[in-house]
Write a protein of this length. Sequence first.
Length: 484
Amino acid sequence: MLAPRFNITLSRITQRLLVCLTCVASPAALAQLPDSLRQTINAQSLPADSMGIWVQSTDSSTPLVAHNADRLFNPASTIKLATTLAALLELGPAYTWRTDFRSNVPVENGVLRGDLIIRGTGDPGAVSEEHWRMLRDLQRMTGLKRIEGNVILDAGYFMLPPGDPGEFDGQPYRAYNQLPYALHVNSNAIRFHIIPDTNGIRIEAEPPLPGLTLVNRLTAGSGNCDAWQRGIRYEVDHQQVTFSGSYPVNCGTYELLRTAVAADVNAAELFKLHWAQWGGELTGDVLSHQGAPLSYSHTLMVHHSRPLADLIRVANKWSHNVMTRHMALTLGAQRMGEPATLEKARVSLIDVLSRAGVDTQGMFIDNGSGLSRIARISPRQLGQILQVGWESPRRPEFVSSLSISGIDGTTRRQYRNEARTGQMHLKTGLLNQVSAISGYVRNQCNEDMMVVLLVNHPEAHLGHGTRMQQTLLDWVYTTGNCPR
């Protein structure tokens, strides 16, 4: 029953897109804006018809500004507001993801004479430190020290078609492009530390995967610290990473966050690394499984992730694509049954938001992260999501997950050391030809305002969109009827 519904939805979206991409803002529509805002828009580089604006007080049911408010735009990462709010409403702030350790035989005298099955459900926030402690807990709770069989990584909770992490923009090793995997650790990213010392340039990988080979051909040099990757060339061949180029040593240490191996290889190598660090033995290999759940007779341990309320703070403040994709898939599986699929995620996101009072007509969330060319939402719909979040009992968790202007997240460098510092909770979005921002602004009169700006234009990502964001936020901050 899912496929026909999805096809109808996509067809409607396509029809609306064909209409909206040809419409323009009429002079009359622009004339309806407040004079100061209209002058502000006319004074900057982007045409008024390339942007949608929606501004409304949290205490009002009528928008203060609604410009192209019902036109569908590509929202980039501001769509994460829809994904995280739907997850909060449906799953609850205390929701956790399970990682199950199973076997078909018991542990006897510290030995498992059979396979260890690790079944993941897509923990979005699993990092090396937690994985390391998780294996310590397994040993402490079961006494297990020696596995006389294989370790099987069961990632079948997600049923997704094969994908190419470089398909979106030709950058397969960028961390933001990594595809969902039900047993991700570090979202399949490795932090490479580039360290100049007296002997030249040293490179260290964190975590140091035992099967990963680093080839260091970097030479010490001088140059611009703002250059792309500071002049470092990064190449991957199977499980070998080669660094080359001239690195400007005057720039000091540098970190490069990249992926180097497939997600299942990363999980396997991390198990070998951390299991050995705890003194564990493994006589077999670490194998991957992605299909129907494997049979088992013993549950050795269940590990629970950090709660959803904690994880959406990372996902929204730092615009984490992999995490929000996992949240969308989890929502689909929880509402419509295992395994998680992209189609279930899309249907469930729309259903939850619609039930909460959001007009979802024409909305298309795609994968939940905003890393998409076909995701669409209108400024009014995104404004309704902000309104639902504000009026929900989940307001504290939702609002606190957003970047705080001048303090943290993706807006930490904006409005620093001034009156606007800390007065805005925002979600940013940026793709080629897309610039977006959405969130809450406490204006100079201490009124809480909801703001949406979506810009789709060939030059939106070249700084023009960011300047328009700041212009609109400044306008909202200074607007209000303050008591005299």
